[in-house]
Design a protein around this ligand. Sequence first.
Ligand SMILES: Cc1ncc(COP(=O)(O)O)c(C=O)c1O
Length: 302
Amino acid sequence: MEFIYFNGRFIPESEAKISVKNKTFNYGLGAIEGIRGYWNEEQQDLYLFRLEDHYQRLLNSCKVLFINIPYTVKELCEITVELMKINKVRRDIYIRPIAFINLPSLRPDLFQTEYGLTIFIEETSYVGKPAVNAMISSWLRIESSTIPPTVKSIGGYLNSALAYSQAIAEGSDEAIFLTREGNISEASTNNLFMVKNGELLTPPLADNILEGITRDTIMEIAEKEFSLQVNEMNIPRAELYFASEIFFTGTAVEVLPVINVDKRSIGTGKIGPITTNLQRTYLQIVKGNNGQYTRWLTPVYG
Ligand SMILES: Cc1ncc(COP(=O)(O)O)c(C=O)c1O
């Protein structure tokens, strides 16, 4: 992709420069988002999924971090649509906004006068497998009293990276965090759902999860489209092994079936019917093929 948004201008990526003394680069003091765009060939349009919700979450993260980027949600959405047009995007993409402190300073405080915003486009990365194996990480999830997990802070991703790297090193596909109390929290960069007795269970915000936009989407369509009861509740570790189905949700992985946790098969060991239905409906919605949920889509060209 040629152009990125960088501090008020659309410029070629190679022209975007940040000092090695930049505070965000040194300490991870900044906030990010991850947004998807889906190209619909039939409709000849690019749909950005829940754009406003992602930018509202970015501004919420910035509030906690005292990063006063001077943009409204509406302006951020307009800039993003413009960026898509400038790059003539006509395929599925991943969008990464970063709010950062734009100062060369090594003092690790958050009170700054200069803030930066960049938005760039990446290729979507595919998991490459229809279903994954996961393991419980020995790294616990960050918590509100240390690094608030509801904030999509750059520094917080060290926690995710440690757990994910451990999982990969140990031959698994993904890591699941526990809380200090031993409850299931979430995966390294995804929320978690399990099916038990035909109901959908997912950890509550109090168990140190990021309040995922995909999670919220799945909760709504599970109830509306499939009349499934969704319960936000504490899930002790061993409960996971009894699940008939487990899946992860996230902008990047969408709905991703989990068929094995800690070397224990989940349910039949195959992708379950509830996961399949939710995944199918989710993909229809994000790609613009379900008229009921167009309020979640920002068309770039239409
Ligand atoms: C830690 C963590 N949990 C959950 C999610 C899923 O959130 P969303 O569905 O909003 O992409 C993400 C991805 O952004 C994440 O980084």
